[in-house]
Design a protein around this ligand. Sequence first.
Ligand code: SF4
Ligand code: SF4
Length: 377
Amino acid sequence: MESEKKRDRINPEDWPDALYWRSGTYRKGNGTETIDPGRQGFPGQDAPPENTPDQLQDPRLAADEDSEPWFSRRPSWLGRDARACREYLDSLSDEEIIRKYEEARDRSVVWGGAEYYPNIQKLFLTPFEREKDRREIAAWQREYGKGEVAQWYQEAQEQSCVWWIENHLVARHAFNSCMSCGACTAGCPAAEFYDYDPRMVMETVQSKDEDSIVALLKADTIWYCAQCGTCKLRCPRGNNPFAMISSLRQLSELKGYHVHSTRGRQQYTARHLWGGNLWNRACSLYFRNSMVQFHLDFGPRFARYTLNKEEMHRRVGACPDMDGAMPARKVHPDTLHQVRRCLQEGGTLHLWDQIEHHGRQQADESGTDIDDYFYTV
Ligand code: SF4
Ligand code: SF4
């Protein structure tokens, strides 16, 4: 009976539309998304002040919200919107788009004793933010260079996959210690749900057969791993299969093999979603925009949190779009600068460049606009 009850509570068929609009952040009005101010704030604060600024609307086009697709997060695009969006973004110089973004982001009002920045949420995951990030990251790398790790990555791209296995520190360790016992697969939660077997991944790598490794990198297989770490705990050799998987994912992205599989292609969206958060908000998850339908596998507790997240934020004294200590907030410029330097020196920006390059190439080959590609991969 108990398990029946639990299943009722998380019936995914009931989730998508209903939960999206009840999730505390948005309400639907005239068919468009609007932020529900009544659901945000610090404890004791019912809604932001009435004069809360909204700089996202272009005054020339304010009468027609649909004319601003670059500030939209609608997942289904029509050709007209995609074309209008691209024409507008292309009309802006690098300096203009960065300046406009920063002006919108930094517009604030005092609310609940602290600065509140409503546009942080509105800019999240928009074509405008993605285009700004592309230009800004390119400018950043021109100023600071690629960094040592990125140079090593560039060298590795020219080598074989076997060379990578033998030289990438993480892969080399995992490669040498596996005795193919299968304990990792026996305890792997991903193996229970997918056609996935970490021991077979290790065996493929150990075969040192270039063709087999390339086939593995082009398949969905390596993207099924949830990086939960159970395999490391189970391994009698203290091995770390999930580190090997992580290393193989990097190699797949560097070589551009990831675009051959469905899960691999989705790295384009992941790069801009979590990568965009890291670049702009110095955290990978922006709490205000977590949506149940994207995380059905997180179960009923996450669903409950998502349904009530604004209330939960209030209870712990957090507002993700305010100055302060909680994550997903307005990050101090010095902190953001340091995080960006880490991303650059650690080679992350080079990996993002490769994902961007291969995604764009695939989008061009199929005649798809890059923002359509973002939504549909
Ligand atoms: S449990 Fe360890 S030794 Fe056994 S197959 Fe998995 S990685 Fe290899
Ligand atoms: S980290 Fe990946 S391979 Fe290891 S147990 Fe978890 S899902 Fe399986």
